[in-house]
Design a protein around this ligand. Sequence first.
Ligand code: ZN
Ligand code: ZN
Ligand code: ZN
Length: 361
Amino acid sequence: MANTHLDRIVRAQAEMVARDIDVLLLSLGADLPYLTGYEATPMERLTMLVLPARGEATLVIPELEAPRVEEGPFRLEPWKEIQDPVALIAGLIPQVETAAVGDQTWSIFLLRLIEQFPTTNFVSATSVTRPLRIRKDAEEVAALREAGAATDRVVARLADERFSGKTERQLSQRVSQMTIEEGHDLSSFWIVASGPNGASPHHEPGDRVMERGDLVVVDFGGKVRRYGSDCTRTFSIGPPSTEQAEVHEAVRQAQQAATASVKPGVSAESVDQVARRIITESGYGEYFIHRTGHGIGLETHEHPYLVTGNTEVLEPGMCFSVEPGIYLPGRFGVRLEDIVTVTETGVEPLNRADHSLMVVS
Ligand code: ZN
Ligand code: ZN
Ligand code: ZN
């Protein structure tokens, strides 16, 4: 891994030179573990990687956190409780023209940096890290593949689970537990949206008791070696109505066609359009109220986004969700979601769980 991190730092520095950025400052968020293997603790004490366009990287870190850092291609600069870390950073770099700051850096730290560097132009670090992180290497895809296979096993177990009589919260706890049992290091989210609640894409599982006649949207994921999974299937408690089956079939076809359209050279928005056209032709266009997908990696939502207006061209190694849905307010919702990766010639789905409307008791 040390070589991987060194290689990424070298590539980040090349991006910085190309973009006239003098220094990269990374605190919370996924850019830091991507480049160093270390993830900053979200707290009032500042952790910050200081990476100049040329020269050595320094990780400024609270002294008490330093033992958690594994050796890497950077120098460690622990600061004591009585020291000012921003002054320490100022000592490491001269007044620079342009500094790129990690997107999730707390504003309290950025405000102090702005004060310390009054003539510096601050820009988003995403301009530097996005071109690197958007194409996953073999090791990253392997982790995503493993995470996807683990969610598939959870779906297979859910198909044998009893839904009726349970509350959404009870089922979501089962989903979270199975997410770990099937091989994730941690469980990240566990949406269970039943009946009319299914019309809210990010519904918070609550006390509603599920019953025969409900469709239930289950959307969940976890992390394997820091890389995420994100899978959605829709279940029917007892046989579905004609309309429920019809809506599910429209989503299934949209999901399948959009996935099949993924290959190097097509635009991110074109995949969204494939899904949207099918759902619109089925008469439910106005009820497909979100983009078709989002990139996934160290973060569950990252670039590229499959949304109208994103003309970014797909390249091998990009990994993202394909997740069309139809949401009928006050009635029910259907969503199907797989993670896929772009290969040299086409697409590899990282989820292969049953796409049909699974009937449960
Ligand atoms: Zn979502
Ligand atoms: Zn999801
Ligand atoms: Zn998703």
